[in-house]
Write a protein that binds this ligand. Structure first.
Ligand SMILES: Cc1cc2nc3c(=O)[nH]c(=O)nc-3n(C[C@H](O)[C@H](O)[C@H](O)COP(=O)(O)OP(=O)(O)OC[C@H]3O[C@@H](n4cnc5c(N)ncnc54)[C@H](O)[C@@H]3O)c2cc1C
Length: 315
């Protein structure tokens, strides 16, 4: 019998799971994706490796510094650069083999079930019953939700009074282009450009960043461009035009478009998680003190600790 079920195997869910597991609680994590990591996403295309969600992480808190130090000591994370353009001197950390490898590291040894879309979470006889889209049911003492807030809300809104302030504004969307090139890109040192114009929020050269043997760029369109063009049928051609200055004289060998519908929360809760003691549910994720990788980590830590305090003490 599982003490705690966690929905979401992104950074926040995995950190919550590790926190609970270290405290001796049994925990099962469900994720609808084919792999762990959520927005810590890395994809292989035509022999290149590209980060296509979060591009880097910054470290401000002691809690996250301890985690990043641990990764760095084991060679899993390293500093990419100290800012873009003129630089601001603040270290930008990356996963040495891509951002997703950090999530895989956290997931190792945990009971994480991918390809499990949580369809509903209901209360039965003082326990949570989580139903997966194939009809399987799992029950637990405590529920921790770490999906993006609109998705968490849809799972429990009939039972739990989730603060409406969290749903007050629409999350930003991001449309990305992943393009593998036959030669070096024109992205300037250190291999990243932030907010170059109103249409683009970031361009990265994954080879210059050191995660890909082959030249490959990631371009993220800005929230306003992404919203305006979300349903366009010729996105690949339009994004290729946006990317042209950074493709330079190289040719595209292969490219893919990636849409992040819930890329960035815009309603940010001031606390690292939200707890309903009566219903024994905790909600976390990067909408809590977010919206960055570090916030997701610290929210997962807080959610894990809160869930420990909600678990029924063992006799
Ligand atoms: C394009 C992009 C670029 C970014 N760049 C940066 C950056 O450079 N630096 C930075 O600090 N941050 C960046 N971020 C933000 C950062 O990626 C996030 O803040 C962080 O990864 C969020 O982690 P999380 O665990 O809260 O959520 P997620 O990673 O979204 O994890 C939630 C998980 O819940 C799962 N899920 C959802 N619904 C269900 C369901 N019904 N059943 C089962 N599972 C479900 C999802 O599959 C997902 O794996 C970026 C985000 C995007 C999208």
């Amino acid at each position: 019998m599982t003490d705690v079920i966690i929905v979401g195997a992104g950074l926040s869910g995995l950190v919550a799971a590790r926190t609970l597991s270290s405290a001796g609680q049994s925990v099962t994590v469900f994720d609808k994706g084919r792999s762990v990591g959520g927005r810590l996403a890395t994809r292989r295309i035509a022999g290149a490796r590209l980060d296509h969600g979060a591009q880097f992480m910054t470290v401000r808190s002691d809690a996250f510094a301890a985690q990043v130090d641990d990764w760095a000591t084991r060679g899993l994370a390293r500093v990419w650069c100290n800012g873009f353009g003129d630089g601001d001197g603040h270290p930008r950390w990356i996963g040495s083999s891509g951002m997703n490898s950090l999530a895989k590291d956290l997931a190792s040894g945990l009971d994480v079930r991918v390809d499990h879309l949580v369809f509903s979470c209901t209360r039965e006889h003082d326990r949570w019953v989580v139903t997966i889209d194939d009809g399987q049911r799992f029950d637990a003492d405590v529920l921790v939700l770490t999906a993006p807030v609109p998705q968490s809300f849809s799972m429990v809104f009939e039972t739990v009074d989730v603060p409406r302030a969290l749903m007050a504004t629409e999350p930003h969307r991001t449309i990305g282009l992943l393009a593998v090139l036959d030669g070096a890109s024109a992205v300037p040192e250190p291999g990243g450009v932030q907010d170059p114009n109103g249409d683009i929020s970031f361009v990265a050269d994954n080879a210059a960043k050191g995660i890909s043997d082959k030249p490959a760029i990631t371009l993220h369109a800005s929230p306003s461009w992404s919203l305006e063009h979300w349903d366009d049928s010729d996105l690949e051609a339009q994004l290729t035009e946006l990317a042209r200055p950074w493709i330079g004289t190289a040719n595209i060998i292969e490219s893919q478009v990636k849409k992040w519908r819930l890329a960035t929360p815009t309603a940010i809760w001031p606390e690292p998680c939200w707890v309903d003691v009566d219903h024994r549910v905790v909600i976390g994720g990067d909408a809590f003190a977010g919206p960055r990788v570090e916030a997701a980590h610290n929210s997962g830590l807080a959610a894990g600790k809160a869930a420990i305090s909600l678990c029924t003490p063992r006799r």
